[in-house]
Design a protein around this ligand. Structure first.
Ligand SMILES: [Zn+2]
Length: 497
């Protein structure tokens, strides 16, 4: 019995150990799936990396561009991983070649296109600003196509006070230096020819990995983080950038750029300027840091560890790009009085354009009106109501009243083509006055809550007027449509007191 007991005890013990081993094997946590966004996390702040996990399928660009000569030419090779986000099966994928717009006077030609490794036919249409890539096999919803493109770009050097694309004042400005996926919405691929007075590009959110080769003496400013910098035997330096979720990848470079930097929490704010404009450059840095503080308080976090203001040959104008605000060099010089307003406006676009996007051709007022009104919030918070009210009067009320007196008032909610010289007073001024009326109607707490809700709901997505008003009506707990109809859809809104 004892022996038998021992044997049976041994057998039981053996079975128990075996069961335990099997059970442990079964309960061991399975290896986690590889993180699809691992590379891009470094381009986010530690506190905003979760935004990548909520992103859904987005295009991923891998670009190698080489700036040749003194910056007259660029050759590029890029691969775009394009997940079809629509409910339609797509017979084509459409890119935009913005340098071919008449207002940019550049020349971009695509030399080769492959889809999933196979040569495909393609054509340049719409004054060569549209690249149609025909798919041998149409792309069903949710499926991914990998598009390879080889292209060459001639970069102009116009004699003009406003040069958004090209070489001027010792600065090379290269937004749109690569074929950008066209915006696709319920109406299909967008193939508009935007007029010179609005923003040219409308883009879906994407992730970027860019190697940019250029003469080593250049200071190269671009979105994202620099993950490596090397100099080849040919004397060209190559900067490798990785971005977070952004709408477009713009490069600005100059051998003469200097910079100054200030930390705001997790974000390093950097101002790039020409040596002779150092005083303005330091002022721009101060304003950008202050704007970041104000807007994070009002709207919610800026997602990235870097934010830049960059002096550019834009006269007295500014232009927004993801993580970069281009500020016209005359604002560093004889028009310094307007520098602070311009920086406040452009920095606001990091929320209202890069985070919450909109079709810039069909609904230009959505981001412009809100970026304008954000400048009011900035002046109000930094200097008090009197300065904010002065801004409102000078920038919006007076130009709008003048327009009404001239009989040129018009609905704000129109595509960019429909405006003429009334574009700024309506799309910036009257739209900002509408947001001011919403603010008055809702009060501080609800207006702030509505802006934060609008950001949270449509971050990295596209807003429409209906989506905006949906959020504001919901948070206000009242129907704000009469105000919308009066200010945005109608004409003859009451002159401001
Ligand atoms: Zn703007």
């Amino acid at each position: 019995m004892r022996q038998g007991l021992a044997r049976s005890l041994f057998a039981s013990l053996f079975l128990a150990v075996l069961a335990l081993l099997l059970a442990c094997g079964g309960c061991r946590a399975p290896a986690p799936p590889p993180d699809p966004w691992a590379l891009y996390r470094q381009a986010m702040r530690p506190s905003t990396q979760g935004q990548l996990d909520a992103l859904g399928p987005v295009p991923v660009y891998r670009i190698h561009a080489t700036l040749e000569g003194q910056g007259e030419r660029l050759v590029g090779f890029q691969t775009v991983r394009f997940p079809n986000p629509s409910a339609d099966t797509l017979p084509e994928i459409v890119f935009r070649l913005y340098p071919n717009l008449p207002q940019f006077a550049g020349r971009m030609d695509v030399q080769m296109v492959k889809v999933n490794g196979l040569d495909v036919s393609f054509s340049q249409t719409t004054s060569d600003t549209v690249l149609e890539v025909r798919l041998e096999t149409p792309l069903p919803p949710g499926e991914v196509a990998e598009v390879e493109l080889v292209y060459a770009l001639r970069i102009p050097s116009p004699e003009a006070p406003y040069v958004l694309f090209g070489r001027s004042a010792g600065i090379v400005s290269l937004p749109y230096f690569y074929p950008l996926l066209a915006l696709r919405d319920a109406q299909g691929w967008q193939r508009y020819l935007p007029p010179p007075y609005g923003d040219a590009s409308s883009c879906a959110t994407a992730l970027y990995q860019v190697a940019f080769s250029a003469p080593a003496d250049l200071q190269v400013v671009a979105p994202g983080v620099v993950v490596s910098q090397t100099v080849g035997a040919d004397g060209l330096a190559t900067w490798e950038f990785v971005s977070g979720p952004i709408r477009e990848f713009a490069v600005v470079a100059s051998p003469r750029f200097q910079w100054a930097e200030e930390a705001v929490g997790e974000v390093r704010v950097r101002s790039w300027f020409l040596p002779e404009d150092r005083e303005g450059g330091l002022a721009a840095l101060h304003y950008a840091a202050a704007a970041l503080r104000v807007y994070e308080d009002w709207f919610g976090p800026y997602p990235f560890p870097h934010l830049a203001v960059v002096e550019a040959p834009l006269g007295v104008h500014g232009m927004e790009f993801p993580t970069l605000s281009l500020i016209g060099l005359d604002l560093y010089r004889e028009h310094r009085d307007d520098l602070e307003y311009m920086v406040a406006h452009e920095i606001a676009h990091q929320w209202w354009y890069n985070q919450v996007g909109n079709d810039q051709v069909r609904f230009p007022w959505l981001d412009e009106g809100l970026a304008e009104y954000s400048a009011y919030l900035y002046f109000d918070q930094v200097y008090g109501r009197k300065r904010a009210e002065a801004l409102r009067q000078e920038r919006w009320v007076l130009p709008y009243q003048y327009l009404v007196a001239q009989g040129e008032d018009a609905p704000v909610n129109q595509p960019v083509f429909n405006f003429a010289r009334n574009y700024e007073a309506l799309v910036y001024g009257k739209a900002a006055l509408f947001f001011h009326r919403l603010h008055q109607e809702m009060g501080d707490a609800r207006f702030r809550q509505a802006l934060r809700q609008y950001l949270a709901r449509y971050r990295y997505d596209l807003a429409t007027p209906e989506r905006l008003m949906g959020v504001f009506n919901e948070v206000a707990g009242q129907d704000l449509t009469p105000l919308y109809n009066q200010w945005i859809r109608g004409v003859g809104a009451p002159p401001e007191p």
